[in-house]
Design a protein around this ligand. Structure first.
Ligand code: BGC
Length: 731
């Protein structure tokens, strides 16, 4: 059998003279060293220092403090033979000291400008601490809310994740990588990690290549086009081949078809885990498979460092593959300016959690909150309110509101919802706080009576329920998606007081909350909103701004509906209506022979793109021009949006397209554009979207990108159920 690496030779790379000169002087062991990343804190510090001195390490993740970082860097630069600087990485996922809403919450803002600015703030704060490189954005498409890492994602849709992933890359990396306030980004986890079977982390994924390319790879490609410097190969086995040894996704698609010139870093020991996957017998074989597949830098395990020199010397792996990988690592260091400025400087005055950053985090918390229900306009809370009960442990938990994967944000910097309301309402409103339950997972009902009594005395009861931060994120998967502990029981008892309930849900994922929504007059889905969750939510609840977040994921009615997502296929037998009526007494009845469940409606609890405001928006005058365009051309879709209510507000206008007939079946709708508009009461605006035929391309039967002629239906509206529609044709 021919060596697969030779069938797909490494594409020519950008050559940087300084790097090429260095490469020419390096031993095989030094090259393998550049391809090794050590965790900075777990291992023995003396050993790390010695290995750096010997040129066995190219990168460190989680160095700890800036001082420790510089100490290690001094060893690399001054004591190793070639003086090659290390590159220091860390997970800076949704902020650094200033935590922004979890990525899924940021995605609900449908606001790439905000998301880019948030990433730029994170980069600025992280770079002050000596971090050169973040392992973000996470652009895994996730259509299963049981999976804990949905919190770190931009949700279910490839277009939204592409737009926001690219925005994060621009925010982290800026215009000039040598600018010390920017850091390298890393699109992760390549590929298919979010499709873990059963929503269980690290589980196998099975994705036909067509779906893989069209949905799961699309946001990675967008990040590559946005100039992302690095990508991370995932833990999962994809169609039987672990992602960190997957030649198709890494070498052929990423480095071949997309011409990616940056670094592929493996996820934490995901290379060595190929032994557990049962695809390699030992670490030597791991090194062979990962190198051939295209992993350049090994995180945490040491298969490259231990085996590459011997593998090249014995002719098992071609030296060019090692050169290519080491070159990529060195190129990234060069692009980051580390050869010239290897040390991080403590800033004279720190910008961490400064007023400007807090203000942006507050805006992000505001824009990410999604109003799911608002009966009788109970929100915003009225100016005549005098007594408010605030119930629920999450209303005043500075740590939990930060959300998962935030190592550097501190509870002492957080402002909770209770703090913010007290601050805003002062003497005008009497606020009584009773957590009701010690924490949201507890089954202790000891605090119910006090909460109920407070609710009885109040005009409105604000109940803040949900998940603690650590119930989402890596390895935090759930088989049940209801509110944990006795939170629903508490809500039920509160509802018996008949004091109107405003429910605020803080969670890292969509929860199954249909029953809870019935008990409340209004429901605001707040995700984990970060450092400034409290003030941001108070701004919305008190009506300074109308809510404008939209769901970046479909909310199921029950776990049994999962996977449920808006861009599904039509099937040969789409459900006719919501609910089936199967008569008794007949062996088989033609009614209800369609793709749906007997015991739950076909529709979700809340659809993708959904979110209410304090006002309403009307849509009309939809038109497409021209009505026919050749393949290669484009059409302009316009529609009028009017604020039909009495309050000002932002609306996220969404454009969906349906390709009516294709050579492979097409989704019933696909998001192809969105824009945020601000409208005063009574004001109208015309929105315009350009749809190029390239945007309608998809991987055809032979997997190459095809654009097919035919009719396309367009929909414009405020969520994925938009009804205003028209058609155009590609010729
Ligand atoms: C996670 C990655 C993360 C890495 C480094 C892994 O466990 O899957 O997302 O970047 O650790 O912390």
């Amino acid at each position: 059998m021919r060596d697969p690496a030779h069938q797909h030779p490494t594409r020519p790379l950008l050559r940087i003279p300084q790097v090429e000169r260095l490469l020419a002087q390096m031993t095989l062991a030094e090259k393998a060293g550049q391809m090794s990343q050590y965790p900075g804190r777990r291992a023995d510090p003396e050993q790390i220092a010695e290995d750096i001195r010997q040129g066995k390490v190219g990168s460190i993740l989680n160095a700890g403090t800036l001082e420790r970082r510089n100490e290690l860097q001094h060893i690399a630069v001054e004591e190793s033979r070639l003086g090659i600087p290390l590159v220091f990485g860390r997970d800076v996922i949704h902020g650094y000291r200033t935590a922004f809403p979890i990525p899924l919450g940021q995605a609900a803002s449908f606001d790439p400008i905000l998301v880019e600015r948030a990433a730029a703030v994170a980069a600025r704060e992280a770079s002050e601490a000596g971090i050169d490189w973040t392992f973000a954005p996470m652009v895994d498409i996730s259509r299963d809310p049981r999976w804990g890492r949905v919190a770190e994602s931009c949700g279910e849709d490839p277009f939204l994740a592409s737009e926001l992933g690219a925005a994060m890359v621009r925010g982290f990396q800026g215009q000039d990588l040598r600018d010390p306030t920017h850091i390298a980004a890393c699109a992760k986890h390549y590929a298919g990690y979010g499709a873990a079977e059963g929503g269980k982390d690290y589980n196998s994924t099975h994705l036909p290549e067509q779906l893989l390319r069209e949905v799961y790879l699309a946001p990675f490609r967008a990040c590559v086009e946005a100039g992302v410097l690095t990508l991370m190969s995932a833990f999962n086995d994809l169609n039987g081949i672990p992602a960190s040894g997957n030649e198709l996704t890494l070498r052929r698609i990423l480095k071949g078809e997309w011409d990616f010139l940056g670094v592929v870093v493996s996820d934490w020991a995901s290379m060595r885990e190929m032994i557990q996957h049962g695809i390699c017998t030992d670490e030597r074989e791991v090194a062979i498979q990962a190198l051939r597949a295209g992993v350049d830098l090994e995180m945490a395990s040491r298969c490259y460092q231990q085996h590459l020199p011997e593998l090249v010397e014995s002719g098992v792996v071609p030296p060019e593959l090692v050169d290519d990988a080491a070159r990529r690592v060195l190129n990234v260091k060069h692009q980051l300016g580390l050869f010239d400025l290897p040390y991080a400087e403590t800033p004279k005055s720190s910008v961490a959690v400064c007023a400007e950053h807090r203000e942006l985090a507050r805006q992000a918390a505001r824009e990410s909150a999604v109003l799911l229900k608002n009966e009788q306009g109970i929100l915003p809370l009225g100016k005549d309110l005098r007594r408010l009960a605030v119930i629920g442990p999450l209303a005043d938990d500075p740590q939990e509101q930060i959300g998962c994967w935030a190592f550097d944000a501190r509870a002492e910097d957080s402002v909770t919802l209770l703090d913010a309301l007290r601050d805003r309402l002062r003497d005008a409103v009497t606020i009584e706080f009773a957590p009701g339950i010690p924490d949201c997972r507890s089954s202790d009902r000891g605090g119910f009576a006090e909460a109920v009594a407070a609710a009885r005395r109040a005009e409105v009861v604000l109940v803040c329920l949900g998940e603690i931060a650590n119930m989402s994120g890596e390895a935090r998967c759930r088989a049940f998606l209801d509110l944990p502990g006795v939170q629903t029981d508490l809500l039920r008892e509160l509802s018996e007081t008949e004091t109107p309930i405003v429910l605020v849900v803080m969670a890292g994922r969509p929860l199954v909350i249909g029953a809870e929504c019935k008990l409340a007059r209004a429901v605001l889905y707040a995700w984990h909103g970060g450092t400034m969750a409290g003030p941001g939510l108070a701004d919305v609840l008190l009506g300074d701004v109308a809510p404008s977040g939209k769901l970046p994921v479909t909310f199921p009615r029950t776990v049994g509906q999962i996977p449920i997502y808006y861009a599904h296929k039509n099937t040969g037998r789409p459900p006719q209506d919501d609910g089936k009526r199967i008569p008794t007494g007949t062996p088989l009845d033609p009614r209800g022979m369609n793709s749906s469940y007997l015991d739950v409606e076909a529709s979700p609890e809340f659809p993708f793109g959904f979110g209410l405001s304090y006002t309403t928006f009307d849509y009309d005058r939809l038109s497409v021009s021209p009505l026919r365009t050749p393949v290669g051309g484009s059409v302009t879709v316009t529609a009028r949006v009017t604020n039909a209510g009495r309050l000002a507000g932002d609306e996220v206008v969404q454009l969906y397209v349906r390709d009516l007939v294709g050579s492979v079946t097409r989704p019933v709708r696909e998001l192809k554009g969105f824009t945020r508009v601000h409208l005063a009461p009574g004001e109208s605006t015309q929105v315009e979207f350009v749809v190029t035929s390239q945007m309608l391309a998809f991987p055809g039967r032979d997997m190459s990108s095809t654009t097919e002629s035919g009719k396309f239906q367009v929909f414009v509206g405020g969520d994925s159920r938009a009804t205003l529609t028209t058609e155009f044709e590609l010729e």
